[in-house]
Design a protein. Sequence first.
Length: 281
Amino acid sequence: MNVISTVKDIRTLLLTYKQKQRTIAFVPTMGKLHDGHLSLIREAKKRADIVVVSIFVNPTQFGPNEDYNQYPRDLNTDLKHCLSLKVDVVFTPSASDLYGKATHPTEIYIPTLSQLHCGQSRKTFFKGICSVVLRFFMIIQPDIAIFGEKDYQQFILLSQMVTDLFLPITMISAPIYREKNGLAMSSRNTYLSKSQLQEAAEIYTALTNAKQLFQQGETSSNVLVEQITQHIQSNTSIRIDYCVGIDYQLLTSKNHLKRNDRILFAGYLNKTRLIDNISLV
Ligand code: AMP
C-alpha cells in the first residue's frame, strides 16, 4: 500500500497506473474510519483495478464555531484498516499543498442547493466540500468516485458538480451503514457517551416509524415530519436542526412524498451534530 502525502507524488504514481490503463476508484474521507467508510472501500474494490482513499480533515468545510480542531484523527488505525482491505493508495495531503499559496484560493459554489437543509445552519459547508472534492478529482482523475448516502445532500450536490463541469467520473452512492441499534455510523459518534449513543439511535427509530406510516399510505410530509419530531422530543434531548421530506433528485421539500423520496434529519445532541435520512420505499 502506498501512503502518499504530496500532490506531486500522487500524480507521479497515478500516471503509472493510467499508462497501464488501470481503472481508478476514489473514496474521499476525513479519516477516523468506521465500518461505513470501509463499506465504501469494499464497493470501490469491486468496481476498479486501483483504489485510492483520501484522508483529509478539510478546514474549509468547517464554520468558525465548529469542531475542526476537535474532529477525531487516528491515522495509524486508519492505515491499518486500509491495509487490511488492500487499498492501493492512501492520500494524506496537507491543507497548504491542496489549497496552494493564493490568499483567496478558488472556491466552487453551487447556488441554491448549497443553501438548503444542512446549508441553512452551515452556510459555507457545501462550498468547502465542493472546493476540496473538485481539487481531489483534478489531482486523482478517478474513473469512479464513491460516497455514502449518509450525506445525501452532499452526494446530490457533488453529482451536479460532476455533470455541470463535464467531469468524466461515474458517481456511485452506497447505503448508510448502521450500528446494531440503528444509529448511523459517523466519526462524530466518538464524541458520544454510551447512554448518548442509545439516545441518538432514536433518530433511526423515528425515521423507521415514519417510513412505516408512509408504507401504510400516509404521503403528507407534514404528518410524517410531525411524527418524527414528536418521537425525538419525547424520547431524547436532541435539538432538531431540521427534518424535511424531500424530492430525492431535486432535494427540494415537498408537501406530498412519493416512492424513493427521502426524509432528511439533522440535530444536535449537546454539541454533537447528528445527521441521518431514510428512503421511502
Ligand atoms: P466523512 O469521513 O464523514 O467525510 O465521510 C466520508 C465518506 O463516507 C462520505 O461519502 C460519507 O457519506 C461516507 N459515510 C460516512 N458515514 C457513513 C455511513 N454510516 N455509511 C455509509 N457511508 C458513510
